[in-house]
Design a protein around this ligand. Structure first.
Ligand SMILES: [Zn+2]
Length: 361
């Protein structure tokens, strides 16, 4: 049965006319679907005429354009009809179990992993992941080097602890590798609250499972978002591209907010008790953003052009890549589907403006 989802799951307001056209197409879909199976009356007619009504295998599900557009925002949940989902994580079907055991202090696990593409000349990019073992709430950041040398690694974990409300204390867990233990110690020494540092072997299961699955989900979704970006822009992002730094960060942001656990709740919901509800766009989409500050200067335009790179996990502002570098905005407008991708602007954003080493939170 085809369900028309009246609620716009996410995404800023679309042009009303475009939307109406999309909805009209959605309404036709059930008619087409029903036509694929033979109705009782038709089957009886065919038997009267001497034919045995044939039964085909069930038709593959064909999503409407509206459904596709909504799905492309997060690629959550995994959909077998979406090429990018299949490319990125066909084997990935994460079902997380909640540990259930009450803990006095949050346990946050810190790990390094790598991203690389087969693109010629591409290099392996180290990433740091930190994840709350109980809720699965986590962050990922591309770093220049494994260990505490890249200050982003420390900052991103401190930011996560703040979001988790670990002011009273936290258990920071890592494997026994020097890069990870040094990073965990660097985090412990740069925060005022109580921090217990703990080491756990890589291969042991249990609490590490949540983090392993978090990293797998992020890697899978990053591949999916990269494939989606390539399909829209015909640009293949190498792992070393500044834009990939944003994409990988955004993948972790999406997993934390939209991937449901076995209890039907997302990691975000487990931490904040409410589902994440702000609007989002597709990664790399061309948007209009409102200038922050005084909007009463009526004689001057208050909106600027840019590339949507995600939302801040701290302030929930939009990150916009522009000709003049990275900007933040509270309000954005989506373009209609025909002008949603701007290759010229993307090239500027990819090439020069957004440095890989910019601090992102
Ligand atoms: Zn998808």
């Amino acid at each position: 049965m085809f369900l028309l989802n009246a609620r716009v799951v996410a995404g800023a307001r679309m042009d009303a006319q475009v939307y109406a056209a999309m909805e009209a197409r959605c309404l036709i879909a059930p008619v087409v679907e029903e036509a694929a199976g033979l109705q009782g009356g038709e089957a009886a007619d065919m038997e009267e005429m001497g034919f045995q009504a044939a039964k085909g295998p069930s038709m593959p599900y064909t999503p409407s354009e509206k459904e596709r557009a909504e799905h492309a925002l997060t690629h959550m949940p995994y959909r077998s009809w979406c090429d990018q989902c299949v490319k990125g994580r066909a084997r990935d079907d994460p079902h997380r179990r909640r540990s259930g055991e009450p803990l006095g202090l949050s346990v946050v696990r810190v790990d390094f992993f790598f991203m690389k593409t087969s693109a010629q000349g591409d290099e392996t990019v180290p990433c740091v992941a930190a994840c709350d073992v109980e809720t699965g709430y986590g962050v990922v950041s591309v770093v220049t080097k494994k260990g505490p040398q890249d200050k982003r690694a420390v900052r991103v974990i401190l930011q996560l602890l703040e979001e988790l409300g670990c002011s009273s204390g936290v258990i920071l867990q890592s494997d026994a590798e020097a890069a990870a233990t040094e990073l965990v110690r660097a985090v412990a020494s740069s925060r005022p609250g109580k921090t217990i540092v703990r080491q756990c072997p890589v291969a042991s299961h249990g609490s590490n499972g949540t983090v392993e699955r978090f990293i797998q989900s992020v890697q899978g979704l990053a591949r999916t978002l990269r494939a989606g970006f390539a399909q829209q822009t015909e640009m293949e992002l190498p792992a070393t591209a500044p834009l990939s730094t944003w994409l990988i960060r955004h993948a972790a942001w999406v997993v934390t907010r939209y991937q449901k656990h076995a209890d039907g709740r997302t990691s975000y919901q487990r931490v904040h008790n409410v589902p994440y509800s702000s609007v989002i766009c597709e990664f790399g989409e061309h948007v209009m953003a409102r200038k922050p500050g005084d909007v009463r200067q009526k004689f001057q335009e208050n909106w600027f052009d840019g590339i949507w790179l995600g939302r801040s996990s701290g302030s929930d502002e939009h990150y916009i890549g522009t000709r003049d570098g990275l900007k933040r905005a509270r309000t954005i407008k989506r373009h209609d589907p025909c002008s949603r991708w701007n290759a010229a602007l993307l090239r500027i954003a990819v090439g020069s403006v957004l440095h890989r080493h910019v601090w992102i939170k």
